[in-house]
Design a protein around this ligand. Structure first.
Ligand code: T5A
Length: 210
């Protein structure tokens, strides 16, 4: 892999879609090719953001705007302290979830208006957008079964199949709205096949020589 600059790549999708698995593999391949790389996640990715993550994933309920603002507060810390400095240093940033997750979960899932989400993006991200977003798509039941096999359900995983179906549809809407940035990949395949599709997408979209 010989690239002059790093890219900001986000992995999105529902529960158990395989984002963490693929983010690990992609980051390892980039690092093995000698590229500086940050693999990170949301909510989290910076000390203050990890503290907000604990609030968001532990039992309880929030007003929906409060919840969205907590995600954006965590994201702001993450962007300012981790993502922007690494991008400015020329690193690739591979991020497990980003602002699209708020649009899918708090928007399609919990009713937050698109305009409110867009205002929060303007306020907190100052124009930062991923160069490429990989949306890992699979049937809700399959994703929840994978997530259940990995660990105990967190607050979002417990919200039921209808909620998760709205999230899946929400990610499809995002991909339709922004085809230049987003690619939907079939994540129901085995991990090897999904990774091959990711590599092919990076070659086509970013000219990567992985
Ligand atoms: N959230 C997050 C919001 O509501 N709003 C927001 O703005 C943001 C940023 C985060 C929660 O917060 C919500 C969304 C989430 O509910 P989390 O713990 O970070 O919680 O959860 P997820 O991001 O959903 O991560 P998961 O671990 O559940 O899913 P992944 O990362 O997609 O899946 P992964 O790679 O951990 O794989 C899960 C299991 O499946 C296996 C793995 O080995 C693992 O056991 N697996 C496969 N099995 C078969 N075939 C494949 N292709 C496989 N790929 C992985």
């Amino acid at each position: 892999m010989l690239m002059a600059r790093g890219y900001f790549i986000t992995l999105e999708g529902g529960e158990g879609a395989g984002k963490s698995t693929q983010a690990r593999r992609l980051a390892a391949a980039l690092a093995a090719a000698g590229m500086p790389v940050l693999r990170t996640r949301e909510p989290g990715g910076a000390p203050g953001a990890e503290r907000i993550r604990d609030l968001l994933l532990s039992p309880g309920s929030w007003d929906s705007l409060t919840e969205a603002m907590l995600h954006f507060a965590a994201r702001r810390e993450h962007v300012v302290r981790s993502i922007r400095p690494m991008l400015e240093a020329g690193a690739w940033v591979i991020c497990d979830r980003f602002a699209d997750s708020t649009l899918a979960y708090q928007g399609a899932g919990q009713g937050l208006a698109y305009e409110t989400w867009a205002r929060l993006c303007d306020l907190t991200l100052e124009g930062l957008q991923p160069d490429l977003t990989l949306i890992l798509d699979l049937p809700v039941e399959a994703g929840l079964a994978r997530a259940a096999g990995r660990s105990a359900a967190d607050r979002y995983e417990k919200l039921g199949a209808d909620f998760h179906a709205r999230i899946r549809a929400g990610f499809h809407d995002i991909a339709r709205r922004e085809p230049a940035r987003c690619v939907v990949l079939d994540a129901a395949r085995d991990a090897e096949a999904v990774y091959a599709a990711i590599v092919e997408t990076l070659r086509q979209r970013l000219g990567a020589k992985l």
